[in-house]
Ligand binder design. Structure first.
Ligand SMILES: Cc1cc2nc3c(=O)[nH]c(=O)nc-3n(C[C@H](O)[C@H](O)[C@H](O)COP(=O)(O)OP(=O)(O)OC[C@H]3O[C@@H](n4cnc5c(N)ncnc54)[C@H](O)[C@@H]3O)c2cc1C
Length: 316
């Protein structure tokens, strides 16, 4: 790559596709340099030979392992391969997978890394939320390649699709190291929409009070074509599963519409909803902090408001 900037975007490939987070990151990364996507797949789950809608991707590579590859296998191999290819940036979406792999890779290359990036200022300067979203930190990295994870849900979905299909170029895998071993992958049985990419999110908090009322939020989300989320207190109370939690220790969302019912607006919850475009809040306490950041607020008892809202929407 002759000293020119080039971005390597890493992604796991599961069930013959990569995560939608990839397409959110390609646009902003392409502003830095042409983006090569490297898919790390397992036999049987790899993508086909051609990709029809590659977006702004320049090249698609795929390395396929007989069994899911762990970070102990991938990091030393990538460290050597990236050095040969001369990438200026190595990026991945923030995930359990990348949190395992990228710090190990950075350490092997004796580099710093920047994690949880929410904004790209220039080829060396990046922004990320800190202190549970109370501040935005700007970080400048003076080393190359820049190794980073991005909070993909904070970047807009990429709508620029190239007409021309791209070939998927297979590269040979290294031998697998068995320091740790993948035992099983169980897809979630829920048909629940993915929170981080949903354009509508309806979320409930402790104030929802019981499972049946939480079910009304699910109905509301279904009518609006959205996903259901929850505060940590609602998860702790057993109203919602763990992976519905939004916030500092949950998911970061960026929907066009966020509707919150019975959520007070603790700073740790707000950390996950700052990128929501329009916020609608139902809370019986007019002094609840969440009203301060909402676009539309309704002071009222959600046990009255939710059934009325459902009836109105069902009439449409
Ligand atoms: C390290 C750390 C990490 C954390 N991470 C997260 C995180 O990722 N996500 C998260 O959400 N929290 C997180 N928390 C917890 C956070 O501090 C709050 O405790 C939590 O967000 C509160 O949830 P809540 O708003 O549902 O409950 P509450 O604060 O109890 O608020 C309930 C609200 O419901 C309203 N209400 C009650 N009844 C009704 C009714 N009938 N009609 C209308 N409104 C009603 C009340 O007025 C109140 O405002 C974290 C805390 C710590 C310390």
């Amino acid at each position: 790559m002759g000293g020119q900037d080039a971005v390597l975007l890493l992604s796991e490939c599961r069930t013959k596709s990569w995560s939608s987070a990839v397409m959110r990151m390609v646009g902003p990364l392409t502003r830095l340099a042409p983006v090569t996507l490297l898919l790390v797949a397992t036999e049987g789950d790899e993508v086909a030979f051609w990709v029809d809608q590659p977006g702004e991707l320049e090249t698609i590579l795929q390395v396929t392992f007989p069994t899911p590859a762990n970070a102990e296998t991938l990091a030393p191999w990538l460290a050597e391969w990236i050095g040969q290819q001369g990438f200026s940036h190595v990026a991945a979406a923030s995930s359990t997978w990348s949190r395992d792999l990228l710090p190990r890779l950075a350490a092997m290359l004796d580099l710093s890394m920047v994690s949880g990036v929410s904004g790209i200022v220039d080829r060396q300067t990046f922004q990320r939320p800190v202190l549970a979203g109370r501040g935005l930190e700007t970080v400048r990295i003076n080393q190359q390649p820049v190794i980073m994870t991005l909070q993909a849900s904070l970047f807009p979905a990429n709508s620029q699709f190239k007409e021309t299909p791209l070939p998927v170029i297979a590269i040979p895998p290294p031998e697998q190291t068995m320091g740790s071993r993948h035992v099983a992958f169980l897809p979630s049985p829920s048909t629940h929409k993915e929170l981080t990419t949903a354009s509508v999110v309806v979320a409930g908090g402790q104030g929802v009070g019981d499972l049946a009322t939480f079910g009304q939020l699910e109905q509301l989300a279904a009518l609006l074509g959205g996903a259901v989320g929850a505060s940590r207190a609602a998860v702790d109370a057993g109203f919602a599963p763990n992976d519905w939690q939004i916030g500092q220790t949950g998911k970061t969302i960026a929907p066009q519409l966020y509707l919150a019912a019975g959520i007070s607006g603790a700073i740790q919850h707000l950390a996950g909803i700052q990128a929501a475009e329009t916020m609608v809040v139902i809370n019986k306490d007019e002094a609840a902090p969440i009203f301060a950041i909402s676009d539309y607020g309704l002071v009222g008892d959600l046990h009255k408001v939710l059934p009325e809202l459902l009836t109105l929407l069902q009439q449409d």
